[in-house]
Design a protein around this ligand. Structure first.
Ligand code: NDP
Length: 293
């Protein structure tokens, strides 16, 4: 078993991003700028946004956090997004999910200017990704590709089984792994809660991407010997063992699956760290107008 170490891979790529951000500052007189909107005070969302902001500072980006409480109306939120869309000093805009029930996440996603959609959720970016055109790739799948690249893993011809079909992780991941690219060039099976014989499906995977949201869902009897295991899950449980009062668990039963795998991502310390790198790379590309002019 070899560890796909998100700390190692993310630090290496962040050093490169910091160098590029410094060059961008020298040329343009400003830093790449990411704005995050956070609605409410969900514990997980607070942690993720704080980490995104902190990492922006680390690589020399400007970051701004706009907070609303749960009572913000959809109209207010959309108006703010419109304002940021028009602000030439902002390169990337993300709205942390989940949102309160009275706000339609689809409307929010579609209101963000696709040229600033560094989370890669806008239909224009997803459509361009389908067609293998330059676009902002959703941050988590992008982070996974960067991780595979960092470890020089050739995915060509492999069978990739993705568990979970969300718009932000499973579905885009399945498209990216099937693309004519490396990482990519896989034969892909996309599975979900209605899949029959899930265990047999996952057992066929040379690569397994677990994005379900259930602690230790993928067990050792579900994976073939030598498989590459990518664990996207972040399941938070209260704990007296940690300073934060929480402990994180993946969707994969790491202790029992790791000995059977050839490569595996830990949780924490795996895909989560790479997601932030994906976001930073998209923000830098936006500032440098590498994708949309
Ligand atoms: P969603 O809840 O949106 O999607 C979960 C998917 O899992 C659905 O497609 C669902 O199927 C499927 N699923 C649920 N139960 C089963 C089952 N019994 N058998 C097979 N499939 C099942 O989750 P997300 O994709 O947003 O997130 C998944 C996990 O990844 C979560 O733990 C989340 O916290 C984490 N995450 C981590 C990130 C990171 O940076 N590391 C970023 C984003 C998410 P169906 O569609 O049929 O309901």
């Amino acid at each position: 078993m070899n560890l796909l170490d998100g700390k190692f891979a993310s630090e290496k790529i962040k050093t490169e991003i910091a160098e590029e951000a410094a060059a961008f500052l020298a040329e343009s007189g400003r830093k790449p700028h990411l704005v995050a909107i956070l609605v409410g005070n969900d514990g997980g969302s607070e942690t993720y946004v704080a980490s995104k902001m902190k990492n922006c500072e680390k690589v020399g980006f400007q970051s701004s956090l706009i907070r609303y409480d749960n009572s913000v109306t959809e109209a207010e939120l959309l108006a703010k997004i419109g304002e940021i869309n028009d602000d030439a000093g902002v390169d990337g805009l993300i709205v942390q999910l989940p949102l309160p029930k009275h706000i339609d996440p689809e409307k929010v996603t579609e209101t963000i200017d696709y040229r600033k959609d560094v989370d890669g959720f806008h239909p224009v970016n997803l459509g361009r990704m389908m067609r293998n055109l330059p676009c902002f790739i959703p941050a988590t799948p992008y982070g996974i590709l960067l991780m595979l690249k960092a470890y020089d893993i050739d995915t060509t011809g492999k069978h990739c089984v993705v568990v979970g079909r969300s718009n932000i992780v499973g579905s885009p991941m399945s498209i990216l792994m099937a693309r004519n690219a490396n990482p990519g060039n896989c034969t892909v099976t996309l599975t979900h809660s209605k899949t029959h014989n899930l265990k047999e499906m996952v057992l066929q995977g040379d690569i397994v991407v677990a994005a379900i949201g259930r602690k230790n869902f993928v067990t050792a009897d579900m994976v073939k010997t030598g498989a590459i295991i990518i664990d996207v899950g972040i399941n938070r449980e209260t704990s007296t063992e940690t300073k934060s009062g929480f402990k994180l668990f993946g969707d994969v039963d790491f202790d029992n699956v790791a000995p059977k795998s050839s490569w595996i991502t830990p949780v924490p310390g795996g895909v989560g760290l790479m997601t932030i790198v994906g976001l930073l790379k998209n923000t830098l590309a936006s500032a440098k107008k590498e994708i949309y002019s």
